[in-house]
Ligand binder design. Structure first.
Ligand code: E4P
Length: 272
């Protein structure tokens, strides 16, 4: 499984690539806002174009997702082409993140605008990461429209299930892949019992019909969920830097380190 870093923070991205564990980067408007605010707070002058160029350079040849902020078909298409043209010559690794459905509510008439734009960008050879996937059906349509990447949002599914059940929780709390019962009833959203269940079903559909799209397990919040994403067969997991760091930690590893360092034989350590 490939690992992308889910961040717009240049320092985090640099570390992840220096460590040799990153195969790409995903950003979104909220991550970019947080990163920009951190730069400004640190008193740094911010040229957003140069900032993004630096991220693309660090990522080398690996894919970097930049998301549109427009919400109409025309707007997303124009902005997607513009962002792609601006960066792809220098780095040739940018892909454009398009929401599967940019409508704000059921009554809106723009439900198909995302799909339309995915098709148009793909036809021009511009790779698309289709974002905000919350059902396998959305993933199926994104694959048919030609998306290079499809991002089911696992953590936000778990948030939604817990919130609807009236539970108190921290976003980083583990939620079981097999789902959870409340008052003898399995919590579910139209048959989806957890974020990882959503990822599994998206992977199954892509594999079953041989679509070329790659599934990015997104909105992952903890290490156990990441393990389950890896076992789901997702092609990629995009991970916040904190989760990447947590993946290395284990109390028995610390304990083992203490024991081994206490047992060092000086003659061995000083072998020349
Ligand atoms: C990545 O593509 C997504 O934008 C990101 O994983 C969302 O994560 P969040 O639900 O923790 O904000």
């Amino acid at each position: 499984m490939k690992i992308f870093i889910d961040s717009a923070d240049i320092d985090e991205i640099k570390l992840a690539f220096d460590w040799g564990i990153a195969d790409g980067v995903t950003t979104n408007p909220s991550l970019l806002k947080a990163a920009v605010n951190r730069q400004i707070k640190a008193g740094k002058n911010l040229d957003i174009r140069e900032y993004l160029k630096s991220i693309l350079e660090i990522a080398g040849k690996t894919p970097v997702s930049l998301e549109v902020t427009e919400t109409s078909a025309e707007g997303m298409l124009e902005q997607g082409e513009r962002i792609y043209d601006m960066f792809h010559q220098a780095s040739n690794n940018v892909n454009i993140k398009i929401p599967v459905n940019p409508a704000f509510q059921n009554e809106d008439t723009t439900h198909f605008d995302g799909i339309k734009v995915i098709k148009k960008l793909t036809e021009q050879g511009i790779p698309v990461n289709c974002t905000l996937i919350f059902s396998p059906e959305q993933a199926l349509l994104a694959a048919k429209a030609g998306a290079t990447f499809i991002s089911p949002f696992a953590g936000r599914v778990d948030d939604d299930l817990r919130k609807n059940a009236g539970e108190e929780f921290q976003k980083s709390d583990y939620y079981p892949a097999e789902g959870r019962e409340k008052n003898g009833k399995l919590l579910e959203d139209n048959g989806i019992v957890s974020g990882i269940d959503l990822v599994c079903k998206c992977v199954d559909i892509i594999e079953l019909y041989g679509y070329k799209s790659e599934i990015i397990a997104a909105s992952l919040r903890n290490t156990r969920q990441t393990r389950e994403a890896a076992l789901s067969g997702a092609h990629i997991a995009t991970l916040p830097f904190g989760v990447i760091k947590d993946m290395l930690k284990h109390h028995k590893t610390y304990e083992g380190m203490k024991a081994f360092t206490a047992d060092i034989v000086e003659e061995y350590a000083n072998l020349k």
